[in-house]
Design a protein around this ligand. Structure first.
Ligand code: ZN
Length: 225
């Protein structure tokens, strides 16, 4: 995905690189083909240009090397960022009851919704904090992905969920940009939500959940899958 993505901050680096390679190619041509300098200097520049052009092509083919990361200030055209919001923050805990001692009793948030999601092996408690929610996740058994997370990392932020207007479009765009998706297709969530997870390897070490609300279903019943 070629894009006007390069920020500033490159400045002289490409020029220095170009000069270095120019000198290198010139030297190579002069020595290997015994060319005089009047021929090897321009030919060196041409070879150098060709080399950079190929590198550029290869870079584009690989999808910007870094898994499609962009650094442009503006989002790609057609993205409605105003329709994206933090939907909830998932926090892994060994015991929801213990965690509520802080989030509900000390901080003062209200538990709006609790549920057990069998297939994910989690008990969930949702505590709205303004529009976004704190989602407490407690494993129901040792095989639950959240149990494995707790074993490895301890209690803490497990994932961040972002609400998107069109989850299939968001997944397609992420995939085209080289992002590693855990769910290529959205799964059904409660309250008619569609959800899909993006691998932390593509999201700066954060497990990212995308959520699309069903038309007309505002927030209240969505929960963890
Ligand atoms: Zn979640």
């Amino acid at each position: 995905m070629a894009d006007s993505g390069q920020g500033s901050g490159y400045s002289l680096f490409p020029l220095v690189l170009l000069l270095l390679f120019w000198v290198l190619f010139e030297e190579l041509l002069r020595r290997s083909l015994s060319l005089p300098p009047w021929a090897s200097v321009p030919l060196g520049l041409i070879a150098c240009g060709g080399f950079f052009w190929l590198v550029g092509l290869a870079e584009e083919a690989v999808g910007h090397f870094s898994g499609g990361a962009r650094t442009s200030a503006a989002p790609p055209p057609g993205i409605k960022t105003t329709e994206m919001k933090i939907e909830h923050i998932g926090i892994a805990t060994r015991s929801i009851e213990d965690a509520l001692g802080f989030w509900r009793d000390a901080l003062g948030l209200e538990v709006r919704h609790t549920e057990t999601v069998e297939e994910q092996g989690v008990n969930v408690a949702m505590l709205p904090a303004g529009e976004p929610r704190i989602e407490l996740l407690e494993p129901t058994g040792p095989d639950s992905p959240v149990a494995k997370f707790l074993e490895k990392r301890g209690p803490g932020i497990h994932h961040v969920a972002v609400r998107v207007p069109d989850i299939r479009e968001a997944l397609a765009r992420l995939k085209a940009g080289g992002a590693r998706l855990i769910d290529e297709e959205p799964r059904a969530g409660a309250g008619g939500c569609l959800v899909a997870f993006v691998h932390p390897a593509s999201a700066g070490g954060v497990l990212l959940e995308l959520v699309e609300h069903a038309a007309g279903a505002e927030a209240d019943t969505h929960h963890e899958r």
